[in-house]
Design a protein around this ligand. Structure first.
Ligand SMILES: [Zn+2]
Length: 50
């Protein structure tokens, strides 16, 4: 599959970015999945102070 070559180069086909935030916490947990190889990227972002 040609897409796999791109993935091996680090050029993943990232799908929808999904954020999970809890009202009780001060951070948002983001998650993105590659639609080709299924690799999951996760990162944490601090919420803006209100
Ligand atoms: Zn990929």
């Amino acid at each position: 599959m040609p897409g796999r070559i791109l993935c091996s180069l680090g050029l993943h086909a990232w799908g929808k970015k999904r954020g999970y935030n809890e009202y009780s916490s001060n951070v948002i947990e983001w998650k993105q999945t590659c639609t080709r190889c299924g690799k999951v990227k996760r990162w944490i972002e601090a919420k803006r102070a209100r």
